[in-house]
Design a protein around this ligand. Structure first.
Ligand code: ARG
Length: 610
């Protein structure tokens, strides 16, 4: 299907040509004419404010400029009227039929919902969720999983081939600590019952002992070395830990409706690490420093050198030589430790190399909390310098804020720690179940439970996705589980209400088919709704470009609100004129289908009844 043209683009092209024709000698006028949706009702559907910017270069009052631009202009087919308003705005009002036809085209485009396929023929790797083996997924991990899941859907809607990659933490010195503890004091029964919390307990206890007891520490190190050298017993244990953890993670993914194209943990890249360090050395980017091999970022990038210089100077100005030394060290990226082992940096460099080789991605998106911002700055700088990915590859780190307790403090183990993800989902589903039972007392139990799960998961996901990823979240049960106001269930409910309205329509007017009825837009509230529908494709484009699902969430909330204003004032089933009635039904159906499509981009299901 041909892409559905956007009014903003079409009108900008037309008005741009008018500006250029009216002021052929002005380079500023040649760039003018950008048209955007009007901010307020009563100012047309689209407007342009460029005449104001041109007043100075053209030495003319803005209103005169706008008048000259419109003088004698033939209007494009879709425009009803063009007028100069206020200080010098050009306001454009669309013909109702044109607006209605295009809104219908967007909403009724089964395949893409009017979203331009900008990513066709390109691949994106999205690295998300990525929890660590032998640790429970807590609500901190929900952010990467939920944001990542939505970014995947949004990019797919834009036509990209998306490879979701779960880069699990399945390698590192912690395995020696766990193996040692497992051998000495594992509770086999607890492992059989619910392995991950027990593995977590073993890790914590063994780690505490290692800190207090040198001999224990040495024994842990020895286990790590044995594992790395391929000792069959340790390898088998390690594989068991991974299997048990993945099983637990998979239960959560299943519940959240998340799946990955590939799960390559850190261990996958281990065979490449020695060669990676050699490659860095050969390229002159890495050198030995006190037994370790490091990349000095200050050599790598003048911007890093400058940032480092400023940080060190600031510390010295405070007469603090010690922190100056620390700042200086921060610009050094270790790729092989003194003991010959490799680390997170080396693994991530190898990961980039492999992704380029296997997928030639146009973009790599990695989603983690904001404490890793410096890591990814370093990683991307080295990746580009070494040419690990093709020039022009877009490397994106989506950093999200951490979750704190209700008072803004970090969750501490002493205060019981972060609520576990499973607990949170269970609580959400049970709160939703109470409401479902109240509203639909005769729904069979299994259906009520399934519906409650959909609503509960929708609430948890939405509370996260409605916020710009970078914001820090103060955890509150009430906010996460909110079923009203700007929440997932509110949007699900808006959708379900329209579906049931359409069902009633079919019952009341069996012979009538609204699907073919023209949408009439006689009322400003209908017009507003049609304009909102039209903004769906550009919203998805922006959300994909910035990896920000919250733009979709904001959009859907506005759409649901526009719908509710429309529905409060105008009747559908009770409209007197059958043509108006049918047109409104089609408009309602259009809103429902955009809501459903938009919720799907957030990974939220839209049931037909609630
Ligand atoms: N496992 C890491 C963590 O829990 C996140 C990994 C993110 N991806 C990556 N390629 N570094 O913090």
């Amino acid at each position: 299907m041909e892409p559905i043209p956007s009014f903003a683009e079409e009108l900008s092209a037309w008005l741009g040509a008018r500006f250029a024709a009216a002021f052929p000698d002005s380079p500023e006028a040649a760039r003018a004419g950008r048209v955007v949706p009007s901010a307020k009702a009563g100012f047309g559907d689209f407007q342009c404010s460029d005449a104001m910017q041109l007043a100075r270069p053209l030495r003319m009052p803005p209103r005169k400029i706008a008048e000259a631009v419109l003088a004698g202009a033939a209007l494009p087919d879709c425009v009803e009227k063009a007028e100069v308003a206020g200080a010098g705005y050009v306001n454009l009002t669309l013909k109702g039929e044109a607006l209605a036809a295009r809104a219908a085209a967007v909403a009724e485009d089964e395949a893409h919902g009017g979203v331009p396929q900008l990513g066709a023929g390109r691949t994106v790797v999205v690295d998300y969720s990525s929890p660590n083996v032998a640790k429970s997924m807590h609500i901190g991990h929900i952010r990467s999983t939920v944001i990542g899941g939505s970014v995947v859907e949004i990019l797919r809607a834009l036509g990209y081939e998306v490879i979701g990659d779960n880069h699990i933490g399945d390698w590192g010195t912690q395995f020696g600590i766990i193996i040692k503890g497992y051998r000495e004091f594992a509770d086999r029964e607890a492992i059989a019952r619910d392995p991950v919390p027990e593995l977590e307990r073993i890790y914590k206890e063994s780690y505490a002992r290692a800190k207090a007891d040198e001999a224990w520490m040495d024994a842990c190190r020895a286990e790590t070395v044995k594992l790395q050298q391929g000792d069959p017993e340790n390898r088998a244990l390690w594989q068991d830990f991974i299997r048990m953890s993945r099983h637990t993670f998979d239960e959560i993914y299943e519940r959240l409706g998340i799946s990955f194209e590939t799960t390559r943990g850190e261990s996958y890249y281990q065979p490449q690490l020695a060669a990676m360090v050699e490659r860095l050395e050969r390229a002159g980017l890495a050198h030995e420093s006190r037994g370790a091999v490091v990349v000095d970022l200050r050599d790598l990038d003048p911007a890093f050198a400058e940032q480092s210089r400023k940080a060190v100077e600031a510390a010295l100005a405070k007469n603090d030589a010690e922190s100056a030394a620390r700042e200086d060290g921060k610009w050094i990226c270790i790729v092989r430790k003194e003991d010959g082992g490799f680390n997170y940096n080396t693994t991530d460099l190898a990961t980039m190399e492999t992704r380029e080789k296997d997928y030639h991605p146009a973009r790599i998106v990695i989603i983690t909390d904001d404490r890793q911002i410096p890591h990814f700055q370093q990683l991307f700088a080295i990746t580009e310098k070494l040419g690990l990915v093709a020039p022009g590859t877009d490397l994106v780190h989506v950093a999200f804020g951490t979750i704190t307790d209700e008072n803004g403090h970090p969750f501490s183990t002493r205060s019981g720690g972060m609520p576990k993800l499973k607990e949170l989902l269970d609580e959400a589903a049970s709160r939703a179940l109470a409401i479902v039972r109240e509203k639909n007392p005769d729904l069979p139990d299994a259906d009520a439970r399934a519906l409650a799960e959909t609503i509960g998961i929708g609430a948890v996901k939405y509370s996260d996705l409605a916020m710009d990823p970078i914001t820090t979240i103060r955890f509150s049960w009430d906010a996460v589980l909110s079923l009203q106001g700007n929440s997932g269930p509110y949007l699900q409910y808006a959708h379900a209400r329209i579906r049931s309205l359409l069902a009633k329509y079919a019952e009341a007017f069996p012979g009538e088919d609204w699907r073919a009825a023209p949408i009439l837009l006689g009322d400003p509230l209908e017009r507003a709704l049609a304009r909102r529908i039209l903004a769906f494709p550009e919203t998805v484009v922006a959300a994909g470009a910035k990896c920000r699902p919250n733009l979709v969430a904001d959009y859907l909330f506005c759409l649901a609100q526009d719908y509710s204003s429309f529905y409060q004032k105008l009747s559908v089933l009770k409209a007197e004129d059958p043509a108006v009635r049918a047109g409104r039904a089609r408009l309602c159906a259009a809103v429902a289908s955009v809501l459903r499509r938009g919720l799907a981009l957030l990974g939220i299901r839209a049931p037909d009844r609630m």
